[in-house]
Write a protein that binds this ligand. Sequence first.
Ligand code: NAG
Ligand code: NAG
Ligand code: NAG
Ligand code: NAG
Length: 733
Amino acid sequence: MGTSTAEKMKMLKLLFILSCLLFASSAHGTIAKHYIVYMGENSLPNSEAVINYNHEMLAQVTGGVEKARSAVVHHYHKSFRGFSAMLTPEEANRLSKNHSVVSVFESTSHPLHTTRSWNFMLEQVQEGSFGKGLFTKLRERIYGPKHDVIVGHFDSGVWPESSSFSDQGLGPVPDYFRGQCTAGDGFPSNICNRKIIGARYYYQGYELENGLLQNSGRPFYRSARDDNNHGTHTASIAVGAPVVKTKIMNSLNSQVIVGGAPLARLSIYKVCWFGKCSCADLLKAYDDAVWDNVDVISLSAGPAKAVNYLEDCIAIGAYHAFRSNIVVVASAGNDEQNGVLARDGSVANVAPWMITVGASTVDREFVNSVTLGNNEAFQAHGTSKLTLQGSHLLVSGSYCHKNSLKNRATTAKIVVCFVQTPGDNRTDKSEVVRQAGGVGMILVETVDLSQTISDNYVVPTVIIGQEEARQIEDYIKKTKTPFASISPVQTELHIKPSPKMAYFSSKGPNAITPDIIKPDLIAPGLNIMAAIPHDQVAMYSGTSMAAPHVAAILHDNTGNPIQSGNRSATPFDLGSGHLEPDLALSPGLVYDFNENDLIDFLCYHTQNYNKLDKMVGKSVQCKPRPVPPYQLNYPTIAISHLKGPISVSRTVTFVASRESSQLYRVSIKQPEGVAVMVEPQFLDFSRGTKLNYTVHFTPGSSSRVPNYVFGSITWSDGKQHQVRSAIAVRVVA
Ligand SMILES: *[C@@H]1O[C@H](CO)[C@@H](O)[C@H](O)[C@H]1NC(C)=O
Ligand SMILES: *[C@@H]1O[C@H](CO)[C@@H](O)[C@H](O)[C@H]1NC(C)=O
Ligand SMILES: *[C@@H]1O[C@H](CO)[C@@H](O)[C@H](O)[C@H]1NC(C)=O
Ligand SMILES: *[C@@H]1O[C@H](CO)[C@@H](O)[C@H](O)[C@H]1NC(C)=O
């Protein structure tokens, strides 16, 4: 444990804050909490000036510079301005009135966006290294010769020895990178290589909000080393080098596991501990990552529901990243608490300056079968690696809750267990079966069977639907000695239709700005196989797994960020729908917007000029009539309140090669009950690379549509480029 003096000082300070916190709460009867004081763009000359200013300002409410110093947890001074501190609600309120402050809000810990459990199965990686040949091939096929892309990875750290993070075949660390490799528990500073080029970690906010790490009773590393699996998994999805795995899930061929951008670099920002990420720590990671000069930030966590932008730490950090031409890709969230399908309006991370990614299925399922004693057979699903030979007696075990099998004769039998609510712990049921002497489990699911999530069952398990369950229960009732056999799992590929939305993927409309469609696109997020610590491979599900797919391909076939005109694409340059890596490399047309467009957008949300001035770092002139958010040059169009005719303008930028067709023609898929007309119907980009068009929306005279209706407009060059914009409209009386 090479803990540095600086580290020890930090820890002592934290303990001091914790004890002050106890003292403060008993002395004044008000409990100090961890607050973020956000002060916008950094206009001070250096970090020392920021820190002094922070202490002075805080001293005014805490009654002294010494108290202020001990209350501060993080200073934000590199990429934007602010601090986090332990404050009473009254102190926080007083600070929020200071003119230098944009917002003051409590720092809370957001969950990582994986599904209900750490669903995985372990496989030892067979072979971790490759000859130069495979790298060269991959590079040529996917990227061309240049490949310097740095992904800033905000998660639970990584397992640096994983074969996925081998730096074989990679050139020197890009010279524009300014980050560092911070040493910590089990993570010497020389462990970084040309793949993992930077590492930092943040735990102060987590500990104040959740208790000291060492009090968790769980193993952890106070360093950028992953102690949770999630970070290694998402990092290898994004940028993992190829590793060969043999025969996953009884598949016939060995498989190569490889990230979306195997030649990209990683800069690690460990902000999540035991599945939770503190807002104040996240902001500190942004403060560093923007300064470090990463190209993309990938983030698979977020609030349970959308939060007002100026009090949303993820949105605030992403705003300052956007201004530095850094794309933030965030997961849309998983909503599976109260039902089978995610609820409308559940999407999180909805700021238009981020790319929000939902989860889809891939064209792969894991199937097996159940054969009853009467020779009736059913197709089943599942991911259990354990196998059960031969036929066994069969018994119904109902929900298989703890202690519920006591009075049933389950020894040496296959037990039928029902999922009661979608949130049920399936692994627990298999544990109950095992403890009751059962040899296998037939699990009856409530969700779409094709979307069975891998679980770590402790007895051989297959999964069936309600209809099959009825037949099996019927067979058990009518038969004196019912028995069954279950087959080992097989991997089935080329499943149609696919992709489908993963049932848990959080949905729009956008609860903060309904006139901006979120999520922006979907990418694979169900049963995604990728690396975890100790050089093993696991399957996880969640929008967490989808976001890194997008972070990985935001670059073109030369390894550079996708260009928009003569500059790098911003988050708003990309279309929507399912991620199509090949097409995304050559979109044809892009929708672009810049800082000034965002000022119009922010003016609509906040009429407080002082706050806007601080946030954008200059004097803001809002237009006399606020610009509605549907006028933001977004690649999709949403109108949440269509009362009468509305016209929406868009500007498209031609980014195809000069040899491609320059003439685009529009086609419209009309939403039901709303007339959509586009003007002009042709765009000739030989006249200029940026052209405008207008979309006229008119509610039909007879339209009484209470809900959103959907359509699209598509610009096509008649050849390889089809640029589609989704439309969502709600007519109101
Ligand atoms: C805000 O804080 C600064 C820095 O401490 C201070 O000079 C100023 O008087 C404060 N303003 C208000 C209105 O409290
Ligand atoms: C489910 O139960 C297992 C033990 O049987 C436990 O390890 C796991 O954490 C539980 N998962 C959840 C999401 O509670
Ligand atoms: C990029 O293009 C804009 C016009 O679209 C132009 O004003 C600017 O000078 C160009 N920048 C460079 C570096 O070529
Ligand atoms: C296109 O629209 C933008 C923004 O509304 C405007 O500034 C620009 O002048 C328009 N361009 C043309 C060619 O009409």
